[in-house]
Design a protein around this ligand. Structure first.
Ligand SMILES: [Zn+2]
Length: 71
């Protein structure tokens, strides 16, 4: 999956619409805005419709806040 839109964010917690690269299925979910989440967690999320994870062309988003920033 990848993030299509971030709907709202409070500190590093956010709600986003995730979109499947393979079948286009979208679903709303929560997330945590740090590098690990963008790089490792999101691309391994399985689409609930087709069951696939992100392909090798997945590009993580950058975080809203830096890792050392206190929010
Ligand atoms: Zn899918």
């Amino acid at each position: 999956m990848k993030i299509k839109t971030i709907q709202s964010q409070s500190r590093r917690d956010f709600y986003a619409i995730y979109e499947c690269e393979h079948c286009g299925h979208t679903e709303r979910g929560t997330g945590y805005d740090d590098d690990n989440f963008h790089r490792n967690v999101i691309p391994k999320m399985k689409c609930t419709k087709c069951g696939k994870i992100a392909g090798s062309d997945y590009r993580p988003l950058t975080t809203k806040y830096r890792a050392d920033e206190v929010v």
